[in-house]
Design a protein around this ligand. Structure first.
Ligand code: PLP
Length: 294
């Protein structure tokens, strides 16, 4: 991995009035070891993160990402991140990105075992080249996430809806999708509703209406999906949040997986059944997603 930049953050309390937090950042060598062996992010995946797309040095949708970071911290009982401090850290990382597409990652972990404070750091790296996948699309399979639609509300300790560092299950789902001859997966509930992909939100098109699974707590509130819905509404399209049955997937006019770095990947097949794909419309969506967005 050709890292571009990394810094560690000494987390400030939410009300800290400082105008600049530069003194709380330590720029580190991104290729050198930096974490304690007692770090709970590595021992238990106990922490949260965000991945922000950066295009030609412009970090996209920073406010929405920081809002979700704060939301994830609340769900996980982590100290509330100081939004101004993290915004400044994102700006420093984005400034190191240069032209083209990059990814800035924000990580807030519970810290070192028995230690006094959380550990926080930010990295910047070049993004993978997703041009072909944006054009060609992805074949997906539906995979059972193993819980019913009402579980997130009944069992908040499962941390569903937080963007935690525990992505081993998400990565296992991607491997299972590949074993089944697909490129990606859509998680479903045990009672037959669609949720999200392991690293993306799902958007379906029916006529001039775009629909995404309701953020009932079991899925992440996708910053790309929210941004795209605002853009589509400006274009005169209708958008909606809904409870979507797995059986509905076969009847849509088009569908996409959307996320901050890969952007919009059109879905070409679900469980081996082909879906219609609109190449020109998908290209227009990705042009919007690549334009500077705040
Ligand atoms: N859902 C999951 C599980 C994800 O990991 C991601 C992105 O990483 C998303 C949805 C999409 O979120 P965003 O559009 O903010 O990247």
């Amino acid at each position: 991995m050709a890292w571009r930049f990394a810094l560690t953050i000494d987390p400030a309390a939410p009300g800290d009035p400082r105008g600049s937090f530069a003194e709380t950042f330590t720029v580190i060598d991104p290729a050198a070891p930096a974490l304690s062996v007692g770090e709970l992010s590595t021992q238990r995946g106990d922490g949260i993160f965000e991945s922000i797309g950066v295009v030609d040095g412009h970090p996209q949708e920073v406010a929405a990402h920081l809002e979700r970071l704060v939301h994830s911290a609340r769900i996980c009982d982590l100290p509330e991140p100081h939004v101004g401090q993290w915004r400044e850290a994102v700006a420093a990382a984005a400034a190191a990105c240069g032209p083209g597409e990059s990814v800035v990652k924000l990580i807030l972990s519970r810290g070192v075992e028995h230690g006094p404070a959380p550990t926080a750091w930010v990295t910047a790296a070049p993004a993978a080249d997703f041009a072909a996948v944006r054009e060609r699309g992805v074949r997906v399979v539906t995979l059972d996430r193993g819980y019913a639609l009402d579980v997130p509300a009944r069992a908040p300790w499962l941390l569903l809806g937080a963007k935690t560092l525990s992505y081993a299950v998400n990565m296992a789902a991607l491997r299972e999708a590949k074993r089944r001859g697909a490129d990606d997966a859509i998680f479903t509930t045990s009672d037959g509703f669609v949720l999200e992909a392991p690293t993306a939100s799902l958007i379906l098109r029916r006529g001039d209406t775009f629909v995404t699974p309701a953020p009932h707590g079991g899925i992440l509130r996708g910053t790309t999906q929210v941004s795209l819905f605002a853009h589509l509404e400006e274009q005169g399209f209708a958008t909606a949040y809904a409870t979507i049955a797995v059986s509905d997937l076969a009847t849509v006019d088009a569908a996409w997986l959307v996320s901050s770095v890969r952007l919009a990947a059109p879905i070409t097949a679900v469980d081996g059944v082909a879906l219609p794909m609109d190449a020109a419309f998908t290209a227009a969506i990705n042009e919007y997603l690549l334009s500077p967005r705040d």
